[in-house]
Design a protein around this ligand. Structure first.
Ligand SMILES: *[C@@H]1O[C@H](CO)[C@@H](O)[C@H](O)[C@H]1NC(C)=O
Length: 477
């Protein structure tokens, strides 16, 4: 009897262990047969059709997408004439009006299965100088908005802010509007270090949905509820959220550009609020997974971001569309462009026209990341999840790296890719590399930031630079 009871108890314990996934553990996704429940205080949230994860807090999970949307069968013709998108009010590094000549926002008849050359303008001219890069960056901004991200509106006429603080928690109440009678309000919270701020104020990291990197001492953190700005529950979320209450539900901005717009308004608000004691010259941005895609967009488009830190952003982030498709075609079940436009509203409806014919896209995400240059960025990736398309991230960032190399500042662009940890759980082995970038670029300390590493765990594919990178890196003068 004793023995039988023991076995029964052991079986019950075993079943319980099997039915509850651990903290940060996988709890669902295509092909998943393991536990689907999460520990108390943790909720199973779908990150994409391949992966649901136990995350802290009881936020309701988005409606489960049980099937991957089929590829669109009819592809609309490419837009041929589109007014050049207006970008956010530039600061530092943007070309003076007229300094660049006409900026192309379309490249008719573009056809290139390899990665587009960062050092050749749409009109065929070569990028030779650092000033040329400023103009090429403006061109890339227009191309990315037009082809995949939607329009990023400039600073609206009304932006006001007030600040309150209790203990080490501050609240920045922001009003933004097209007129005083047509406004939206949002109030991100800031967690401050204790003690007195440096003379120029605290450095700050804007963390999409709170982020998942360890914030070092001496740096404040702002929690940005980007999903309130533009919802990202599913492919049915388009046009929902604060941004669209202001600009209208049919505005062409995708969730990505709507989120960037919100980051820019946060920085506007901090600039006009000295009481917050934030050093607006030392603002970083981070986010993980879908919010890592968003953090990269913010760093690319908002030049007041001093350090960009996307974490496990994968396809739609620091991976390239073309490389992710190559991974998919060769047996890695990755999240590619076709899947992404069916899954959520991160990119514009116009991008649907290109996901089936990526060679016609005159940009890719090595160019999105290169828009951060000459400012610094480091991205982190996780090879334990093939849907993050690990070869694509490494190859894409290797291609982007040539821009920082051409500018003579290769140590301002970092990349680190390891496995052995759950998606968005921070691997402590990478803390020194993260802190090196934060110390140097937000805390004004000296640090060595030459970080470019991978474990080469790319599933069924390998990275072959010569198959994708057709340019030689110039020395920009
Ligand atoms: C090509 O476009 C760039 C960016 O607008 C411009 O600076 C350059 O002068 C153009 N080159 C020619 C030959 O038109």
């Amino acid at each position: 009897m004793f023995k039988t009871s023991f076995v029964t108890l052991a079986l019950v314990a075993y079943a319980a262990a099997q039915s509850t996934a651990p903290q940060w553990g996988q709890c669902g996704g295509i092909g998943w047969t393991g536990a689907t429940a999460c520990p108390s205080g943790w909720a199973c949230q779908q990150l994409n059709p391949y992966y649901s994860q136990c995350l802290q807090g009881a936020a309701p999970p988005p409606p489960p997408a049980t099937t991957v949307a089929p590829p669109a069968t009819t592809v609309a013709p490419p837009a041929t004439t589109v007014a050049p998108p207006t970008t956010s009010a530039p600061s530092g590094g943007s070309p003076a009006a007229g300094a660049c000549g006409a900026i192309a926002s379309t490249v008719p008849n573009y056809n290139n299965a390899k990665l587009p050359d960062p050092f050749t303008f749409a009109n065929g001219s070569t990028v030779k100088t650092k000033n040329d890069w400023t103009c090429r960056r403006a061109e890339i901004s227009a191309l990315i908005q037009n082809y995949e991200a939607g329009t990023l509106p400039p600073k609206p006429p009304v932006v006001t802010a007030s600040f309150s603080k209790s203990g080490t928690t501050g609240t920045l109440a922001i009003t933004a509007g097209l007129s005083t009678s047509q406004t939206i309000k949002f109030s991100p919270t800031i967690t401050f270090p204790s003690g007195n701020p440096p003379a120029n104020g605290w450095p700050l990291i804007i963390a999409y949905e709170g982020g998942s990197i360890p914030i070092p001492a001496g740096v404040a953190k702002l929690t940005y509820s980007n999903s309130d700005m533009a919802q990202q529950n599913s492919a049915s979320s388009r046009g929902q959220g604060l941004f669209y209450q202001l600009y209208g539900s049919t505005h062409s901005a995708s969730a990505m550009t709507a989120w960037v717009w919100g980051v820019s308004r946060i920085i506007d608000a901090l600039e006009m609020t000295p009481a917050a004691q934030i050093n607006t010259q030392r603002i970083g941005v981070t986010g993980c997974s879908r919010d890592g895609k968003g953090a990269l967009m913010a760093g690319a488009f908002e030049e007041r971001i001093a350090l960009t830190i996307p974490q496990e952003s994968g396809s739609g982030g620091d991976a390239c569309w073309r490389l992710s498709k190559y991974e998919l075609d060769n047996g890695n079940q990755v999240q590619d462009a076709v899947e992404i436009v069916g899954e959520n509203v991160w990119f514009s409806t116009n991008f649907n026209n290109y996901v089936q014919k990526l060679p016609t896209l005159p940009e890719d995400h090595h160019l999105l990341a290169a828009m951060v240059a000459p400012r610094p960025m480091i991205s982190f990736e996780n090879t334990d999840y093939l849907w993050l398309s690990p070869m694509s991230s490494f190859g894409c960032m290797s291609a982007a790296h040539t821009v920082w190399e051409g500018l003579g500042i290769s140590d301002l662009h970092g990349f680190a890719q390891v496995g052995g940890h759950a998606h968005c759980a921070w691997p402590s082995s990478l803390t020194p590399q993260l802190n090196a970038f934060i110390n140097r670029f937000l805390l004004d300390q000296s640090a060595t930031t030459s970080v470019f590493t991978t474990n080469n765990q790319f599933g069924k594919v390998q990275w072959q630079a010569s198959n994708w990178i057709t340019w030689t890196t110039p020395t920009l003068t």
